[in-house]
Each structure stands twice: as structure tokens, then as C-alpha cells.
Design a protein around this ligand. Sequence first.
Ligand code: PGA
Length: 254
Amino acid sequence: MTEQAGGWSLRVVDSYDEVASIAADAVTETVARVPDAAITLPTGSTPIGMYEELVRRVRAGEIDLNHAHIFTLDEYLGQRPDDVASLTRWLFETFLTPAGIPDTNIHLVPAAADDPEAAAAAYEADLAVHGGLELAVLGLGPNGHIAFNEPGSPPDSRTRVLDLEPGTIRQSEEYWKGDTAVPHRAMTLGLGTILEARRIVLIVSGASKSEIVRASLEGPQTLDVPASWLRNVGSRLEVVLDRAAASGLSDTAG
Ligand code: PGA
């Protein structure tokens, strides 16, 4: 692990499995210290290994997630948790149900609300009642998005509705293997909301992300690369990369 100039830490590991287990460790440590912690967790390909490991730990009695409060990161606008292309449905199937998270402790980004703006403000208020985010585990979008905070998202943005970029829509359609049309708008936890988390763990895997990893960690801080703002939070940020994802960095000593 190397500490970077801004005080955040970079860890480059040999394999995807190590990325997954380090991310699972962050969740495990968080709930051991703060059992009722508010935690947000990502969807996508990158966190699948983390979820497998967390479910294994739950079944082995190595972690107790019964009191943690899970706040979802993002969802396509208008999608309900049982819709085919719902990220929430994916998270239930992959993690929330197999890990036995009590329904009362699951907080869903209100993407299907009649009044999304009011519901987004209520979601922020609910998070505040639970003390704000103790932990945010994040993936990195090919365009540098964090959750669905697309390029142009200000670093102080709150939970809101926004338009998805064409590349993100394509990425999503590929993820659902073309089975379903993906809405072109989404609701996301705000970048500013995420940046307030007391611990942020960014996990990235694979050579296809090496250029956006470089732009995020070594390029200028810019609205064009939302992840570049993560570097503002000092030691609250930990970046965990496999060697392929780190291959574009000038210093990959991990
Ligand atoms: P991925 O998605 O893990 O499927 O690459 C990351 C993201 O777009 O945030």
C-alpha cells in the first residue's frame, strides 16, 4: 500500500480475487466497529467477487450484517425492484437476499417515485438520520462515473435524477445482454453525498479501465472525470486495483 500526495492510499494487488477480498474486509471491519453502519455498495461486474465473499462470510458466521443499513447507490429512473433491468433487483439477487439483510435495513434509492426530486431529498434525510455513510464501496465507470454521477456532475451534488451518457447506456445494455431496453435517465446518490462517507473504497479491475484509472488518479481534477474528485478526501479514500487496472499509472508500486 502506498500513501499518495493527497493522503489517500493506493493498493495494487495481483488478482481480481484479492480486490474482492479487500473490499469484503472493508465491509467486515466496518460492521465490526459500527454494527448499525450506513453502507452503500455498487452494482456491476467488478463487485461480484466481493458479494460472493461476503455471502460466504455470512454463512460461515464470520460477519454479522443484521444491523447494518444498506443504502443503494443508483437505479434507472422509473425502475422498480422487480423490473428486469433493475439494479436493485440485481443487488437483491446477488447480495441482499443471500446475505439475509433484513428488509427494514434496506434503503432503496427512490427511482420510481412520483415526485423524484422530493423523494431524493427524503432519501438524503433518511441517510442523515442513520449518521451518513460510514462506508462507500464504489466501482469506476468507463467514463469516470461514480455511481451514476456522469461527467459534468459537480463534486457537491446531492441525490438527484440525471441523463445517462450514450456510452453508459451501451454498457448497461451489454450488461443485460441486450435482453432489455435500458432507461436513459437514472437516480443516483450524489457525488457530494458519497464524498462525505467516512471511508471510501474504490475497486477497479481489468486493463479496459487502465486509462480511466490513470485519468482519475493522475489527471487533472475536472468535471469531465467525476472520480477525480475522490482524491479530495485524503485518508478517507482507499483505491484497490488489480495489476491490469493499474497498468496505466506512472507509479504502480503497490
Ligand atoms: P463495472 O461497472 O463494474 O460493470 O465495470 C462499474 C461502473 O460503471 O460503475
